[in-house]
Write a protein that binds this ligand. Structure first.
Ligand SMILES: NC(=O)c1ccc[n+]([C@@H]2O[C@H](COP(=O)([O-])OP(=O)(O)OC[C@H]3O[C@@H](n4cnc5c(N)ncnc54)[C@H](OP(=O)(O)O)[C@@H]3O)[C@@H](O)[C@H]2O)c1
Length: 345
């Protein structure tokens, strides 16, 4: 093992996934997993899939000195505790939105402001397919949001191949599973209320719109539906290009962007049941599926992207980012497939 790690907020959903990934990672040793409400309980008490781990929750007030601290805490905690986090670890990887945006003005607009705006310049946004070059050596890493990740991965090749310039109309509809609300999800996430729904929970004004606009440089019309899945985010992007686009252009664009990417697969209308990206196919993995279809009659292009919000949308992405930041093999600890067949993810 080369690096020691701690997970703050380890009793939560993404924290549990971080512990799972780091415990199986060839280069990390998990030294600390924090929870205020479950202090001294075993990690397996909160995460039954981790019962074999000999690790107990400790208080986030007593941080051990480690190489990398992963913060999987609700919005606002990291910006309050960032000095303690950085004192405890040379590298901090934050899964919350606290350091994703560039400016205090954006936090004023989309969140409730920011208490440490002077650190926003230092933080490196982690969506490795987009910001890989900036990650090596980064000591404050802001792991990208799940809905933003699904959307950006779907649309990015269109910008890289100049199919989109930024002026075109783009309408994005994301369907998400209930784990996106975290382990402490409220009434809307309780099983009887969530079961069977296709509920527009953020018809407009979802905060991830800010990330998408910041990194792609476009205005997107963005809607999020809560659906009856546990894991997963599925983005459908309706794109209206200015000029004609052929399937050849699209294959060129997507292959050009992703053929060397270890965690992105092109799934675009092949045979079989799973012809387009689907969260079920990537559940439990750090893989994203991306695909597209042309609608020439309506001069529309429809792009699909599917991820597991707990993995490529949070914990997996954070470990991937840490691998790149520390110079570890990018796929270390993340190169495993999912299950098939499997029930609802
Ligand atoms: N869920 C997703 O799909 C997803 C995807 C991308 C990013 N994220 C982001 O990742 C973060 C964690 O999300 P989650 O879904 O894992 O949330 P969660 O399940 O609610 O877990 C939150 C964790 O933080 C701990 N915590 C809460 N307040 C704290 C404080 N003041 N100090 C220290 N620890 C505190 C909680 O445990 P104790 O209260 O016992 O300490 C718990 O372990 C959030 O910022 C979220 O926006 C989530």
């Amino acid at each position: 093992m080369s690096y020691t790690a701690s997970v703050v907020g380890a009793s939560g959903f993404t924290g549990g996934e971080l512990v799972r990934l780091l415990a199986g990672h060839p280069e990390f040793e998990v030294r600390q997993a924090t929870s205020r409400s479950k202090e001294n309980r075993t990690v397996g008490h909160a995460h039954p899939n981790l019962r074999d781990l000999d690790l107990r929750f400790s208080s986030p007030a007593d941080l051990e000195s480690v190489d990398v601290l992963f913060a999987a805490t609700p919005h606002g905690v990291s910006m309050e505790r960032i000095d303690a986090f950085r004192e405890a670890a040379g590298t901090v990887v934050d899964l919350s939105a606290d350091f994703r945006l560039d400016t205090e003005a954006q936090y004023d607009k989309w969140y409730d402001g920011h208490t440490r705006p002077e650190l926003l310049d230092e933080a490196v946004y982690a969506l490795p397919e987009l910001t890989r070059e900036q990650l090596p050596g980064a000591d404050l890493v802001a792991s990208g949001g799940c809905n933003a990740t699904a959307t950006i991965l779907g649309l990015l090749p269109l910008f890289e191949a100049d199919v989109l310039s930024g002026d075109e109309q783009v309408v994005v509809d994301v369907k998400v599973g209930s784990s996106e609300g975290g382990a402490g999800g409220g009434e809307a996430s309780s099983h009887p209320e969530r079961s069977g729904v296709v509920r527009p929970y953020a018809p407009t004004g979802h905060r991830h719109e800010a990330e998408i606009e910041q990194f792609l440089g476009i205005d997107v019309s963005f809607t999020v539906h809560a659906v009856d899945m546990t894991r997963g985010a599925s983005a459908t992007c309706h794109v209206f290009p200015d000029g004609p686009v052929s399937k050849g252009d699209l294959w060129g664009a997507y292959r050009g962007s992703y053929e060397d990417e270890p965690f992105v697969e092109l799934v675009a209308g092949g045979g079989g049941v799973y012809r387009y990206p689907e969260p079920k196919a990537v559940a439990g993995t750090n893989r994203a599926e991306v695909g597209f279809e042309l609608d020439p009659e309506n001069e529309r292009l429809v792009v699909f992207s599917a991820i597991d919000n707990m993995m490529k949308g949070s914990a997996g992405q954070a470990v991937h980012a840490a691998n790149v930041a520390l110079g570890i093999e990018e796929t270390a600890g993340l190169a495993f497939g999912g299950l098939h067949p499997v029930g609802a993810p």
